[in-house]
Design a protein around this ligand. Structure first.
Ligand code: FES
Length: 162
């Protein structure tokens, strides 16, 4: 499991201040917090609620509705597998099964060594090259089981060299 890091609430407060006056500030604020921390800690909920003058339940409701918001810290890398139509039609389900078996986790779980969090995603804008996955910030297309293994080996090799 990922090591618990102290939560930088000053950074969270700064992000909230930067976004609070935007129209429809809730989503941009939550996205910015997740971009900074990799997840949305529970401690951020009352801060967001207070700054945006909404209830904690409203913030929680948004977090519940949009599954892309993480409630726990991700691993050192996030691997997302597209589950939308084009990728499903091109072998996405088999790729999902392979990824779960190889990593030993289900969606929304992190490998025991804290290296990889596996997540579903619904279209990466790479439908012409289905099935597609994203490894951290990089989208990869026409990913086979062997291709997936090669990407994971690359990740672990980069970690070992670091
Ligand atoms: S459906 Fe998978 S990238 Fe669009």
């Amino acid at each position: 499991m990922p090591t618990a890091q102290p939560i930088d609430l000053d950074a969270v407060s700064g992000i909230i201040r930067e976004h609070a006056d935007l129209p429809g500030a809730m989503l941009p604020t939550l996205h910015a917090i997740q971009h900074k921390l990799g997840w949305i800690p529970a401690e951020a909920v009352p801060l967001v609620a207070s700054a945006l003058n909404v209830s904690r339940a409203e913030v929680q409701g948004v977090l519940d509705f949009y599954h892309e918001f993480r409630r726990t810290p991700p691993g050192r890398h996030v691997v997302q597998i597209c589950r939308a139509e084009s990728c499903q039609a091109m072998g996405g389900q088999a790729l999902e099964a392979h990824a779960r078996a190889e990593l030993g986790v289900n969606f929304h779980q992190t490998t025991d060594d804290g290296a990889v969090t596996l997540e579903p995603v619904y279209c990466l804008g790479n439908c012409a090259c289905s099935p597609a996955i994203r490894v951290d910030d990089d989208v990869h297309g026409r990913v086979s089981a062997d291709g997936f293994d090669a990407l994971m080996a690359e990740l672990r090799g980069a970690e070992a060299a670091a």
